[in-house]
Design a protein around this ligand. Structure first.
Ligand code: ATP
Ligand code: MG
Length: 145
């Protein structure tokens, strides 16, 4: 079995990463994929706009959950593998750190991710999540352009 961790934020970049992995998985039947999303913690460091509710990090965040389900479902659809070869999973946390923790604990052979993600700022080659994962990953990383 070849264990692959596909990190997704639901962006077009992540969907392209899933399409590349789909081609690899069609040729290599040993590939099994965990599609992994990290729902970021609410940012409590910036003052909330006047009158806006302050998110309580201890309450289940239904918005984060809906975003996570959307990110996982578009990515699983692009991957197009049968359920016995692909599963979706998400956690709440700091994206880079949570991807690295999952990669270490799950004993993956490969991490696949997009070059950039949802951020509209495109002047840098790599996004901050792909950069931190590439720097500290315990296994090879495939960054899909
Ligand atoms: N929350 C997340 N959960 C899982 N994977 C993620 C998450 N955010 C990003 N990724 C992965 O990292 C890749 C690169 O996204 P990244 O967030 O680094 O770039 P960006 O959004 O363009 O820039 P930045 O977030 O640094 O402003 C994505 O294509 C995806 O594979
Ligand atoms: Mg991002």
């Amino acid at each position: 079995m070849t264990k692959v961790l596909l990190a997704t934020d639901g962006s077009a970049h992540s969907v392209r990463a899933a399409q590349s992995l789909r081609k690899m998985a069609e040729r290599d039947q040993t590939i099994e994929v965990t599609v992994f999303h990290v729902a970021p913690l609410p940012d409590l460091t910036t003052p909330a706009a006047a009158g806006a509710p302050v998110p309580n990090p201890l309450l289940p965040d239904t918005y984060a959950q809906a975003q996570a389900e959307r990110a996982l479902s578009v990515t699983l659809a692009a991957l197009g593998l049968p359920p016995e070869r692909a599963r979706g999973s998400y956690v709440i946390g700091v994206p880079g750190e949570a991807i690295l923790a999952e990669a270490r604990q799950g004993g993956y052979d490969l991490i696949v991710m997009g070059r950039r993600g949802l951020s509209p700022l495109k002047e840098l080659l790599l996004g901050s999540v792909s950069q931190v994962v590439l720097h500290r990953a315990p296994c090879p990383v495939l960054i899909v352009p």
